[in-house]
Design a protein around this ligand. Structure first.
Ligand SMILES: Cc1ncc(COP(=O)(O)O)c(C=O)c1O
Length: 360
């Protein structure tokens, strides 16, 4: 019966199934995410707007790639041996990705984070087996800052490595080796531009570098930035300014400095868009309503910027961006009427989409 079905399947279908053959554990399931054609936005702009579905990674975000990349790099350099300890300073998706990767490979994971983070985040990391150490929330130049404490703990612990996601270019390397080639293959090289926001800069730098090289400089790389970040000002001023203004409800993106990861692409970034929270939140609700996608705010910000870039490049252009994670980790805020009101974002949501704000 199966044999007959197989014989009847067109060769292309057989190839597709082969591509989705069993993979090796959690780590084998990282990457190879779909590239989603955002139909309504493409129709609206007359361009092709594509979102890389990074929320489909097994740990739920784009950071699974970076987590796997920095751990594999530490192993390859002999810094991490069986039974060792991974140490990182993070309150977000990288910690979750690392927790999964470390469980899958038998490493211990110690996470330092500012003690201002929600109990929800601490609990999730603990449930995933991490040793979570909340420390006082002090500035980067204070030696007690959570990043320095992570480094110091790793230095003092045998067979331990501080994965240092911001300045360890193995982070960008993971995207150079996976996200970039996947997008190139999925678009068959037909994209005109790639745009996304940055936290560490790993996604923009690694994906952007690959697409620039593969297209021999044809594919443009653009930055999407939330208010409160210095990067848009840096890019728009040709590296002369690092101004910042305001703040943002988006999480995991925006920067106050040029990280070593960002440094590997910043000179090749054509331009930047600063996206206000009012537009990101409205897009988050619109993507749910018209595309059926339940996404976090950084993904929505990326899509706003992709639409604006497509309009700038003109009809017929193809723009790719990143759908970083789902709304699940933020839903108690994003879909709460009280929270939206407190953040002054209630009126940003068009009347016909207000029905999705179901929480009080
Ligand atoms: C939700 C979310 N979006 C975007 C990013 C940015 O990714 P990158 O660190 O590769 O710049 C992060 C990083 O933590 C994130 O958590």
């Amino acid at each position: 019966m199966l044999g007959a079905l197989r014989a009847a399947a067109p060769r292309t279908l057989a190839r597709a199934f082969h591509r989705y053959a069993a993979v090796d554990g959690f780590n084998g399931a990282v990457g190879n995410t779909p590239l989603i054609h955002l139909k309504t936005l493409s129709e609206m702009t007359g361009s092709t707007i594509l979102g890389k579905a990074e929320f489909q990674n097994p740990g739920g975000s784009v950071k699974d790639r970076a987590a796997l990349g920095v751990v594999r790099d530490a192993e390859a350099k002999g810094l991490l041996k069986p039974g060792g300890t991974v140490v990182e300073g993070t309150a977000g998706n990288t910690g979750i990705g690392l927790a999964h990767v470390c469980r899958a490979l038998g490493y211990k994971l110690v996470i330092y984070m500012p003690n201002t983070q929600s109990q929800e985040k601490i609990d999730l990391l603990r449930m995933l087996g991490a040793d979570v150490r909340p420390v006082p929330a002090v500035a980067y130049d204070n030696p007690a800052n959570y990043n320095h404490q992570a480094r110091d703990f790793a230095d003092a612990t045998p067979n331990a490595v501080w994965t240092n996601q911001f300045d360890n270019v193995a982070n960008a390397g993971a995207h150079y080796l996976s996200t970039g080639p996947e997008i190139w293959e999925q678009t068959q090289g037909s994209l005109d531009a790639f745009i996304c926001a940055t936290g560490t800069g790993g996604t923009l730098a690694g994906t952007g570098r690959y697409l620039r090289e593969k297209s021999e400089g044809r594919v443009q790389i653009w930055l999407a930035d939330p208010p409160g970040s210095v990067l848009a000002s840096y890019v728009s001023s040709g590296g002369k300014l690092m101004d910042r203004e305001g703040g943002s409800v988006t999480e995991g993106i925006g920067q106050g400095r040029i990280t070593d990861n960002t440094a590997t692409i910043i000179k090749d970034v054509t331009g930047a868009f600063t996206v206000p929270d009012s537009k990101s939140i409205a897009m988050l609700y619109q993507l749910l309503d018209s595309e059926g996608l339940y996404l976090g705010a950084s993904s929505a910000l990326n899509v706003v910027a992709a639409v604006e870039l497509a309009q700038k490049l003109g009809k017929g252009s193809t723009v790719v961006t990143i759908l970083c994670d789902g709304a699940y980790r933020y839903q108690s805020r994003i879909f709460s009427k009280a929270w939206l009101k407190a953040k002054g974002l209630e009126e940003a949501i068009p009347d016909h989409l207000k029905k999705y704000a179901v929480l009080d």
